[in-house]
Design a protein around this ligand. Structure first.
Ligand SMILES: Nc1ncnc2c1ncn2[C@@H]1O[C@H](COP(=O)(O)OP(=O)(O)O)[C@@H](O)[C@H]1O
Ligand SMILES: [Mg+2]
Length: 256
């Protein structure tokens, strides 16, 4: 089981778009992924067009100790655990106990330890108990950065957080940085890519996700980009990214 949290504290950088389309590409590669929506905005759930009733959301795992397996919904080639807006209450209900941050890790370990399929978690743009649960349960963090200055600052914050967690949990959190909404005609896009490469070297994905209207449109149809516009630049980019992450071992099972 390789678990990837898609996280950046900044909103609108392409976390949900990335989770949706990586999960869809992994499904095309017959990897039988599990996508988990851990954002109360439930954009991933809506984009996948799955049942969004309150009782089926991941909040009932946190609140009522429902088994994660009970919450899985099935789509062709792909499994989904959806979110509902009531997930926003979990932070307040959870208090400040450190153990609360490990709940998802324990739940995945109990239910899916023998499952070798990749898990991709869409995070909300806040560093609260939900995102901490995602990161602590994950072996790896994929940090999308849209090609603008403020979202690049967000990367520094995530990398600093992973260092704090490394010391606290005695475990390396591998990460990759993904440049999204890249516009080849804008100087800023190129200078942000160059700066990230200088600072983070190999941690920056070779594949960049171009600004592409099909990526923005497909959620409105409850579809990923491959079903909505298979020949689009967005479909090509997310397929290439997934292939790159598979080839470089980012989805390789980590030792239990
Ligand atoms: N490469 C892209 N090209 C065009 N629009 C994009 C691209 N990536 C994301 N978007 C759009 O930008 C907005 C924010 O993306 P989203 O994935 O929801 O970000 P986040 O989950 O980080 O808040 C959405 O409307 C989405 O459709
Ligand atoms: Mg989102």
């Amino acid at each position: 089981m390789a678990t990837i949290a898609v996280f950046n504290q900044k909103g609108g950088v392409g976390k949900t778009t990335t989770t949706l389309n990586i999960a869809a590409a992994l499904a095309m590669l017959e990897k039988n992924p599990l996508a988990i929506d851990l954002d109360p905005q439930a954009h991933l759930t809506q984009s996948l067009g799955v049942d969004q009733s309150i009782s089926n959301g991941i909040s009932s795992f946190f609140r009522d100790e429902r088994s994660l397996l009970d919450l899985v919904q099935y789509r062709p080639g792909l499994r989904v655990i959806p979110a509902h807006s009531d997930l926003s209450k979990i932070d307040a209900l959870s208090g400040k106990k450190g153990s609360v941050a490990s709940r998802l890790k324990e739940g995945l370990g109990e239910n899916l330890a023998k499952d070798s399929s990749p898990i991709v978690i869409d995070c909300c743009p806040l560093l609260g108990i939900l995102s901490l649960n995602a990161i602590i349960s994950a072996d790896r963090v994929l940090i999308p950065v849209s090609a603008d200055f403020l979202s690049m600052q967000g990367v520094q914050k995530v990398v600093a957080l992973l260092e704090i967690l490394r010391v606290r949990y005695g475990k390396e959190f591998e990460f990759r940085i993904l440049l999204t909404r890249f516009n080849a005609r804008r100087k800023l896009s190129h200078s942000i890519y160059d700066t990230l490469r200088e600072r983070y070297g190999e941690k920056v994905c070779d594949t960049r996700i171009m600004e592409n209207v099909s990526l923005a449109e497909s959620p409105a149809y409850g579809k990923d980009v491959f079903s909505h516009a298979p020949n689009s630049q967005g479909a090509r980019d997310y397929y290439a990214l997934t292939q790159e992450l598979v080839d470089t071992g980012f989805f390789k099972n980590s030792p239990a």
